[in-house]
Design a binder for this molecule. Structure first.
Ligand SMILES: [Zn+2]
Length: 66
């Protein structure tokens, strides 16, 4: 309910993340390419991008990649 609760991750542009479910191309690694009201992720393998609200990204992402 609070702002803090909604922000499990602090997404940073250029950060690499691992998704829970792989992209249809088989890759699970994404680069955060834009951070705003919506967050844009670029697939590291095929280069396709997806935009989704932060709340959805938090469910989509499993962890930050090193
Ligand atoms: Zn892909």
């Amino acid at each position: 309910m609070t702002k803090e609760d909604a922000e499990m991750f602090d997404f940073i542009q250029g950060q690499k993340v691992i998704s829970k479910k792989p992209h249809p191309c088989g890759n699970s690694e994404w680069t955060v390419s834009r951070v705003g009201a919506d967050i844009k992720l670029t697939c590291a393998a095929c280069g396709r991008t997806v935009m989704m609200p932060r709340s959805k990204v938090e469910k989509f992402v499993k962890k930050a990649a090193e």
